[in-house]
Design a protein around this ligand. Structure first.
Ligand SMILES: [Zn+2]
Length: 264
């Protein structure tokens, strides 16, 4: 129980840092540094440490800035809560293992990618690069522990094939629909996903699940008229959610899929 609480609080702290990344990376005006001091986006007043406690401060201030009373985006507590709950879930699912650390790292990369892509339709290179470097470090460590160099090569291979596939679909989409369907950001993101998942079954699962859920949500938004048919829908949230599900339940998902198509 003690460990679980510690992991949840750690998740809240990481989530709070992810908020800083989400709101500072797309606009280069402010840089990320430690210890970070947050400013109100409206009145630019310094947010005091006691008003910067994950979730609790948001609830105490009723979602408004203490100084100017402007509404604070609900993204802040949502990011903190999502990070903490996912960390806790990974702990219960994997225990205190290297896999849990890998999952926590993956989620910490995915959350800012998904939120930034939804808000600004971009996937910052700095997050992808951080992910690739840390991903390579973890995969190399795993390969050393397993004394199996093919483990490392396999992950790099599937990362490359995954991103080439997305790029090919993007080129095909541009040719068929005569409009931009996916950006180069999705290609880079798929490399990162492939690096962590490292299996062809996972690449296929992520592509199918992301395309399927993406189409459903996209169509729903068009039908409910909150999006026009030719407007862009960010693809990163679907890719990252599909990859997280595959990371946790790859065997179950793959077996279910084989049963569905009658191969099992
Ligand atoms: Zn303010």
């Amino acid at each position: 129980m003690g460990t679980a609480i510690l992991i949840f609080v750690f998740g809240l702290v990481i989530g709070s840092f992810l908020n800083v990344c989400i709101h500072r990376i797309p606009s280069d005006r402010l840089s990320i540094h430690f210890p970070h001091r947050s400013l109100c986006p409206n009145c630019q007043s310094l947010i005091q440490a006691y008003d910067n406690i994950p979730i609790i401060s948001f609830l105490l201030l009723k979602g408004r800035c203490r100084n100017c009373h402007t509404r604070i985006s609900v993204t802040y507590p949502l990011v903190e809560l999502t990070t903490a709950v996912t960390f806790l879930f990974l702990f219960y699912h994997f225990g205190l293992t290297l896999e849990m650390v890998q999952g926590a790292l993956l989620v910490s990369l995915f959350i800012p990618i998904a939120v930034i892509d939804t808000k600004w339709m971009i996937i910052p290179n700095i997050i992808i690069l951080t992910g690739i470097i840390t991903g390579l470090a973890i995969i190399t460590l795993m390969a050393i522990l397993k004394q199996d160099v093919t483990y490392l090569l396999k992950h790099i291979l599937w990362a490359s094939i995954g991103s080439i596939t997305i790029q090919a679909i993007a080129i095909l989409g541009r040719f068929v629909f005569r409009k931009e369907s996916m950006g180069f950001g999705d290609t880079k993101l798929m490399f990162l996903i492939g690096l962590f998942l490292g299996r062809w079954q996972s690449i296929l699962t992520v592509l199918i699940v992301a395309a399927f859920t993406g189409s459903i949500i996209g169509l729903t938004l068009i039908i409910s008229k909150s999006k026009r048919p030719n407007s862009e829908i960010p693809f990163a949230p679907f890719l990252t959610i599909a990859a997280t599900l595959d990371f946790i339940w790859h065997n179950q998902i793959w077996t279910t899929y084989l049963k569905l198509i009658g191969w099992y």
